[in-house]
Ligand binder design. Structure first.
Ligand SMILES: Cc1cc2nc3c(=O)[nH]c(=O)nc-3n(C[C@H](O)[C@H](O)[C@H](O)COP(=O)(O)OP(=O)(O)OC[C@H]3O[C@@H](n4cnc5c(N)ncnc54)[C@H](O)[C@@H]3O)c2cc1C
Length: 374
């Protein structure tokens, strides 16, 4: 079976991994694979899920806006309509059960990859959220107690903060090293990497003039160029620095939504959650906001990426005819990518036709008709 994967971000790379392992003949199209995924902090934190279509989340966004961390510049209209239509609606119990399975699968899969060869700074030393006020800490504890993931957590003292919540089961990686690792593994599985933008004719299953049996769209926020799906971009920034951190764990400052992850050869700062499709850099505020925790000696590089967000924060994984779609995991694309890749391969190989709630937007499409065919 010849499969074209359009988009070599982390979801496309894991899709190729599982498909090739099952014997499919895979080609990935991406001008620069991983470029829009590597800015991420690399926290494997599937239990820190945000249900976007809730008034609680909207209140959180408004708080972020007040702190000057979030801006609303441009949203996909279809996304906004679906968000409002589904506001505060609870997904069915099976949806949470599927997410719990996907979370567990992904956490275990990164551990397994590291057991084969830890060439991507894998660490399972947990994650610490730090809170500036007692009130927010209390709210955080309440949210974790009510979480459908029932994560293990404990409250801890953190000097200079009201306190922290520590999640011992969560892990982290170096995103750029994991992309390199996957590219090596994919080469061994004979996956072809075509470093071009794909022009796609979905009806004819034709990519850059070549016909395939199946097409997989894992091209992040750019999926809306091909299909009318409710996905919008929440832009964020990554800064690689050298210097010293006060704490050796991965940390998230809840007030500002900034993650700090000390890796073997640099420290990564990430943040920003702005509804914005533009490539304008506005991430320097992170230096000021993290100076109590990180002493920066050198800035190695800066990058940005676009979280592909569905209206409810659940990933969108589904299939229409011979076209399979995988996107939408928003803040947690890395945390769910192994499971998303595995589920996408099951759809492509015809083992299943739908995953219910997370396939709903794809199941609803009448035809896979390109918005812009090439
Ligand atoms: C600042 C920041 C920090 C984050 N931290 C974390 C974290 O710690 N943990 C976590 O789980 N998640 C994190 N995320 C979220 C995560 O990075 C995203 O969810 C993830 O990158 C989405 O992956 P993707 O493969 O779906 O899309 P993308 O990474 O956007 O990849 C899509 C790819 O498609 C390609 N493409 C587009 N159109 C075409 C075309 N026509 N032809 C060929 N290729 C095309 C693009 O070049 C791109 O490489 C973070 C995000 C940001 C912004």
């Amino acid at each position: 079976m010849n499969v074209a994967i359009v988009g070599g971000g982390i979801v496309g790379l894991f899709s190729a991994y599982f498909l090739a392992r099952e014997g499919a003949n895979v080609a990935i199209y991406d001008e620069n694979p991983g470029k829009y995924s590597i800015h991420a902090a690399g926290l494997i934190e599937p239990y820190r899920f945000d249900k976007l279509n809730s008034t609680g989340m909207i209140a959180k966004m408004l708080r972020y806006m007040r702190h000057g961390i979030t801006e609303v510049r441009q949203v996909n209209r279809a996304w906004l309509i679906e968000l409002l239509k589904s506001l505060n609606k609870e997904p069915p119990a099976e949806a949470w059960s599927l997410m719990r399975d996907m979370a567990k699968f992904s956490l275990e899969f990164y551990a397994k990859l590291s057991e084969e060869r830890n060439d991507f700074d894998y660490k399972n030393d947990g994650l610490l959220e730090v809170y500036a006020s007692e009130e927010e800490l209390e709210r955080g504890v309440k949210e974790e107690k009510a979480s459908p993931f029932s994560p293990k957590f404990e409250t801890v003292d953190v000097e200079g903060f009201a306190g922290g919540i520590f999640f011992p089961e969560l892990s982290r990686i170096s995103t750029e090293k994991l992309v390199d690792r996957l590219l090596k593994d994919l080469k061994e599985f004979n996956v072809k990497l075509i470093r071009n933008e794909a022009k796609v004719n979905l009806e004819k299953k034709n990519v850059n003039g070549k016909k395939f049996d199946k097409v997989v769209l894992t091209n992040g926020v750019w999926i809306t160029r091909f299909l009318n799906l409710p996905v919008t971009a929440f832009k964020g920034y990554g800064i690689w620095v050298k210097g010293k951190t006060r704490l050796s764990n991965a940390i998230v400052t809840v007030n500002e939504g900034i993650a700090i992850s000390p890796l073997s050869d640099h420290i990564k700062l990430t943040g920003g959650f702005s509804a914005d499709f533009s490539s304008e850099w506005r991430g320097d505020y992170m230096f000021e906001k993290t100076k109590r925790l990180v002493e920066v000696e050198e800035v190695v590089s800066k990058s940005l990426g676009f979280r592909p967000c569905s209206p409810d924060g659940f990933p969108i994984i589904g299939k229409k005819d011979d076209v399979t779609v995988g996107t939408g995991a928003c803040r947690l694309g890395w945390s769910y990518a192994p499971a998303m890749g595995e589920k996408i391969s099951e759809l492509v190989l015809g083992k299943v036709n739908t995953f219910g709630y997370i396939s709903k937007y794809v199941d609803k499409l009448d035809v896979v008709q390109d918005r812009r065919s090439g």
